[in-house]
Design a protein around this ligand. Structure first.
Ligand code: CO
Length: 503
């Protein structure tokens, strides 16, 4: 078989695998939107069948043989879409074939029981119920890392599942500098003379009108409703189902504007990335897929924060919001509103955190899960360690474990190494936005006039159209001239909060 024939055969197999996973995605979307509750166990059977079929097809030794042939050929050389596909398929194939079946089964079984124990422990705010399960999960994660193999420390092997190619060495210094800057910033905000009135966004906001407003914002961002949908769910997400089909989900709170508004912008940001990937040309291959969770999150966070929480954006949209929500916003000024959507205060719960404190929540988790995996922290010591770090970073005492180390689902689900991608997303979003601002003509002026397609096109050209051609840190270097860096995010926050809080 010639190299080109091997490549075509590999492409054909990958397309079939991707068709299976995209069918999974449709069923999973349906499960989170319209499926009647009684359908749950049948749906689980459908999803289980699809995922094991997809896994079997992709981990077939034939795929390994095709890859080995191709790696000897010219197709694997140089900076081309073909060589990127071969490189990333090899990476995925090795990872998926390295885990022994018994370990995968053990992880599935243990995490499903750990999840139940965690849910009960959280409800009763009793860590001792979860502790033995956390110990089991960490032990399995250590085995998983060992099966993958790693350089440096075990954490690298797990981080790579979510952020391909990233290592602890790449991120730890950036994260530590960010943490110190954020602690200082929070103190300044706490001591500031001006404090926004957050209650402005915590008034009645008609849900139908919120939906109209959210859709018009998504449209202005360039979210294409001919190849996308917006629906309602309890835990919002975005799913790129396939060619011409991207779905985003949000939830509405009749007494808070922020949840659905910024949630919709966030998911539409993910959606624009999915829509901008070259799926027509490369469906099924890495060139049609997002780079990493961190890069995906950089897209959503940029639209949510750098755009959606900016003053120029609201200079255009606030008069519209006032007309729609006359009772709640009629007598509010733009500055008051801008302050309210940018209110910062320490709080226990990560998912409810503001833009500034959010990363501290993540950094705490990153430091702790790394220590757990290395064996430097015993599961039994998690609450104590959590609470003392929390006090140091946020300046407040944790009152109970359900507001502390028991709040997140991740560890019970075996998602160790996942948390850093949230902060990576925030860091990359600031770096990319900084660069867009330099390259695009009067970006603030564009926002003020309600023009957002310039930014969308820039993101398409620089990021979306490349699929997995470059890994995250390399892409960042190509676009901005430097790798991961905490400074753009810190500068952006200091300027913004300095204006709002008057320091
Ligand atoms: Co997101």
């Amino acid at each position: 078989m010639s190299a080109q024939e091997s490549y075509n055969e590999l492409t054909r197999i990958c397309r079939e695998v991707a068709l299976i996973y995209s069918s999974y995605a449709v069923l999973s979307w349906d499960q989170h939107t319209y499926m009647p509750p009684a359908g749950i166990s049948f749906r689980a059977e459908q999803l289980g069948m699809l995922s094991s079929t997809g896994h079997k097809k992709f981990t077939d030794p034939k795929v390994g043989d095709l890859l080995s042939n191709l790696e000897q050929s010219d197709l694997a050389k140089g900076d081309t879409p073909e060589s990127a596909n071969i490189r990333e398929l090899r990476h995925a194939y090795d990872k998926q074939t390295k885990l022994p079946t018994e370990l995968v089964e053990e992880i599935t079984k243990t995490t499903s029981m750990a999840h139940e124990a965690w849910a009960k422990a959280r409800k009763e705010s009793d860590f001792s119920q979860f502790e033995p399960w956390l110990a089991k999960v960490i032990n399995l994660m250590q085995q998983k890392a060992d099966a993958y193999g790693f350089e440096g420390e075990r954490y690298n092997a797990l981080l790579d599942d979510y952020e391909t190619g990233a290592t602890v060495t790449d991120v730890e210094n950036v994260f530590a500098s960010l943490r110190d800057e954020l602690v200082t910033l929070l103190q300044k905000i706490k001591d500031a003379p001006k404090q926004p009135d957050k209650s402005i966004v915590e008034r009645p906001y008609d849900v139908k009108l919120q939906e109209i407003f959210g859709k018009s914002v998504a449209l202005a961002m360039g979210f294409d409703f001919d190849s996308g949908r917006l629906d309602i769910t309890t835990h919002p997400f975005c799913t790129g189902i396939g060619i011409g089909d991207t779905r985003i989900l949000t939830r509405y709170n009749p007494n808070r504007l922020n949840d659905a508004l910024f949630g919709t912008m966030h998911e539409a940001g993910h959606g624009l990335y999915e829509m901008g990937l070259p799926k027509d040309k490369y469906f099924g291959l890495p060139m049609s897929q997002s780079i990493s969770l961190g890069i995906h999150e950089s897209q959503s966070r940029m639209w949510e924060n750098q755009v959606g929480r900016s003053k120029p954006f609201w200079e255009y949209f606030f008069p519209q919001a006032q007309r729609l929500f006359r009772d709640s916003l009629g007598s509010v000024t733009l500055d008051e509103f801008y302050g309210a959507i940018n209110d910062v205060r320490p709080s226990y719960i990560r998912v409810e955190a503001d833009e500034a404190t959010y990363n501290l929540h993540i950094l705490l988790r990153f430091e702790m899960e790394r220590a757990l995996l290395n064996g430097d922290l015993k599961p039994a010591d998690v609450p104590g360690e959590w609470n003392s770090r929390f006090k140091k970073y946020f300046g407040i005492e944790v009152d109970k474990d359900s507001n502390g180390c028991l709040q997140d689902v991740h560890w019970s689900a075996g998602l160790v190494g996942y948390f850093p991608t949230y902060t990576l997303g925030n860091l990359y979003s600031a770096q990319f936005f900084n660069q867009a601002d330099k390259e695009l003509d009067d970006l603030e002026g564009q926002f003020r006039r309600g023009e957002y397609l310039g930014l969308r096109e820039w993101l398409r050209e620089k990021i979306h159209q490349h699929g997995q051609r470059y890994r995250a840190n390399d892409l960042c270097k190509r676009i901005t001239g430097s790798g991961l860096d905490h400074k753009p995010l810190v500068t952006y926050m200091n300027k913004k909060y300095g204006d709002i809080y008057g320091f």
